[in-house]
Design a protein around this ligand. Structure first.
Ligand SMILES: C[S@@+](CC[C@H](N)C(=O)[O-])C[C@H]1O[C@@H](n2cnc3c(N)ncnc32)[C@H](O)[C@@H]1O
Length: 343
């Protein structure tokens, strides 16, 4: 187990999260006055019993989880992730796998990013990156977390379980002239095939990880300077709760959330800092409306004949902007977690 002095980190973290968390805590307390029993598949070990007020349940039915600083251990994270598993009956009837990531939104997001337009997580990574340094990007996708750093670094090593997304990452790296290598496989299984880098980044992967402790410790071991993670405050598909109810009469869980991830990492002794703010994430999308609808229909384990119903249920969450069709859920804060390896 790694042990670090944590007091200064705790103080700076308190300052960083003050504004956003105060707002969310007020909302959370408000909701706690309107409890309602919820049907669940599986057990929620670290779930808080709050429910959305009745007037907001027609759209995003997921209650905002209030900020909390309850200790979350690796087993509790695992158990909470397990509650996201879909019932066998729904999976067995699905015509296509609901998992997997369509390439087009990732590609369009990276291609439309303006050079020099850096997210908060990009800036935290950049400030720890020496000139001509190296970056390891875990769950690289098409490279949104690391390609913005390329003018400063000599090499980006992208790790991903998906061969198709690694191919897209290599294409995007060539397009911008970044040095790139790829490692195909699941983190942390491939850690021994992956070089140490100055900075390790890992954006929007945490909610795919059941065993977060070994995952995070392997990130730490592969970083010389800093590890930077970015994630949404709540599970990225939590906005689909009303759709699951409508099409499958299935309640979806609300935990784990970013506060749980922070708590778990701090419990491992990592000197993690945290910043939560409204989204400054660029958005990608599909050139065809039907592909945007189909991406959600697939996640809902439905067949193509249900596309019109899915589009109708999405309502004004299905948008056409900048010549791209995209599903835009109500925006939720983006949380950046980062720590320095030598602290
Ligand atoms: C939501 S995408 C995020 C991509 C990119 N980091 C970004 O911010 O745009 C998640 C990516 O992580 C990959 N992934 C998920 N779990 C992984 C794991 N344990 N090891 C390697 N790749 C993983 C998926 O294949 C996918 O490309």
């Amino acid at each position: 187990m790694i042990q670090f002095p944590l007091d200064e980190v705790a103080r700076s973290d308190e300052r960083a999260r003050a504004t956003e968390d105060l707002k969310t805590e007020r909302e959370g307390h408000e909701m706690a006055r309107h409890p309602r029993p919820r049907k669940r598949h599986g057990s929620v070990v670290c779930s808080r019993k709050v429910a959305a007020p009745a007037q907001s349940r027609s759209r995003d039915r997921t209650p905002l989880s209030p900020s909390h600083d309850r200790p979350v251990n690796p087993q509790q994270w695992r158990d909470a992730m397990q509650t996201w598993a879909l019932p066998e009956s729904i999976l067995a009837a699905a015509p296509e796998s609901p998992w997997g990531f369509p390439i087009e939104p990732f590609r369009t997001r990276v291609e439309r990013a303006k050079p020099g337009d850096l997210s908060f997580a990009n800036r935290r990574a950049l400030e720890a990156l020496p000139e001509h340094g190296t970056v390891l990007d875990i769950g690289v996708g098409s490279g949104a977390a690391s390609l913005p750093l390329h003018p400063r670094c000599s090499l980006i090593v992208g790790v991903d379980a998906s061969a198709a997304l690694l191919a897209e990452f290599r294409r995007q790296a060539r397009r911008v002239g970044a040095g790139a290598r790829t490692v195909r496989g699941t983190w942390p299984d491939v850690q021994r095939r992956t070089p140490v880098a100055d900075v390790v980044v890992c954006n929007h992967v945490v909610y795919n990880v059941g065993d977060l402790a070994p995952f995070a410790l392997a990130l730490h071991r592969r970083a010389r300077q800093r590890v930077v993670l970015e994630l949404t405050r709540r599970h990225p598909t939590s906005w689909m709760a009303d759709l699951w109810l409508r099409f499958h009469d299935l309640e979806r869980p609300v935990r784990p959330d970013a506060a749980d991830a922070f708590s778990l990492l701090r419990g491992l002794g990592l000197p993690v800092r945290r910043r939560s703010a409204s989204s400054d994430r660029g958005a990608g999308g599909f050139s065809r409306r039907e592909d945007a609808v189909a991406s959600i229909r697939r996640r809902l384990c439905l067949d193509a004949s249900r596309d019109p119903e899915v589009a109708e249920a999405l309502g004004d969450r299905l948008v056409h902007a900048d010549a791209l069709w995209a599903v835009r859920p109500p925006s939720q804060p983006i949380v950046t977690l980062w720590w320095d390896v030598g602290e």
